[in-house]
Design a protein around this ligand. Structure first.
Ligand SMILES: [Zn+2]
Length: 299
């Protein structure tokens, strides 16, 4: 190779290296087809602390203790503020656990928790966090759960004034004919309820979408938020529990054979790639600890 050619090649590879570096730290826009066009100005996403599950039983999710860095779960609650209204996505473990020792608070209030049980720790009430940012329950227009399991519905009854956005499969789990209704959300039976099918555009401008991702429950849903300054974000509920699930494609045993979770993961991954979105796993406690929490917000 001629000397000047070598110099030119060096310059080009330096430039490529610089661009790659910039793109990693977010200074060079990556391609975001269509996504930004429907971002709503003024859209905000608050991450709230819905408590922690102290647990060391990743085997229940198809993983070993060696494979998982941190087996405890954060229980993130998300408030989306849109010019046309507000949406609360999940409601955490429950303010009634505030101040109680975790070893006296087994998940689902099991009377004789086995050694594999999870324990609940709530160090801040959801109510106080919402009050602090000026969005008490009376200012929440829409309520949606990723799914109605105990760690997502703890404070549900506080939001009876909101319109519940739910897929029929999960509504049947909550209020179906032979179901023992969980007291933590019993009041919602009288809420205004919108039964949704497939993906659902919450505010009608494509910027906030509930994505139908069944498997963990029959009506499980994820949430897409196209924030104008932050990259688009997808909240994946319990489609994934640990970040390790992304690499190892692990899941609870009962979800393996039906293939529904697998199909939803494929759908969501394709959506994430197409929209240049970030995937946020609400139970990823290490990630949660690095995030901005209310009163700070993403926009
Ligand atoms: Zn969960």
């Amino acid at each position: 190779m001629h000397r000047t050619d070598r110099f030119a090649v060096k310059q080009i590879s330096r430039t490529i290296g610089l661009l790659l570096g910039l793109s990693v730290i977010g200074l060079v826009p990556t391609s975001r087809p269509q996504a930004l066009q429907s971002a709503a100005q003024g859209l905000r996403l608050y991450v709230l602390d819905g408590g922690t599950i102290i647990t060391n039983h990743p085997e229940g999710f198809g993983l070993t203790r060696e494979q998982v860095k941190n087996t405890n779960f954060s229980c993130a609650v998300y408030l989306i503020v849109h010019p046309r209204g507000t949406l609360l996505f999940d409601t955490g473990l429950g303010d009634r656990y505030f101040g109680r020792p975790f070893n006296e608070s087994p998940l689902a209030d099991r009377p004789d928790p086995p050694s594999t049980a999870g324990f609940i720790l709530v160090t801040k009430t959801l109510k106080s966090q919402l009050d602090e940012i000026g969005y008490p329950p009376s200012k929440i227009n829409y309520l949606a759960f990723s799914h109605p399991h105990d760690d997502h519905i703890g404070n549900a009854n506080d939001f009876v004034g909101a319109t519940l956005l739910v897929h029929r499969g999960d509504y049947e789990l909550m209020f179906g004919p032979n179901v023992q209704i969980n007291p933590a959300y019993a009041a919602l039976k009288n809420s205004k309820t919108k039964m949704i099918e497939g993906d659902y555009d919450v505010f009608g401008d494509g910027s906030v979408m509930l994505l139908f991702t069944p498997g963990h429950t029959p009506g499980h849903q994820s949430l897409y938020i196209n924030l104008p300054k932050t990259r688009p974000v997808v909240l994946s509920g319990d489609l994934y529990h640990y970040p390790e699930d992304l690499k190892l494609d692990s899941m609870p045993d009962r979800e393996k054979a039906p293939g529904v979770t697998e199909a939803s993961r494929k759908k969501l991954q394709a959506f994430v790639a197409k929209n240049g979105a970030q995937l946020w796993i609400g139970h990823d406690i290490n990630f949660f600890s690095r995030q901005k929490h209310a009163p700070q917000y993403y926009e």
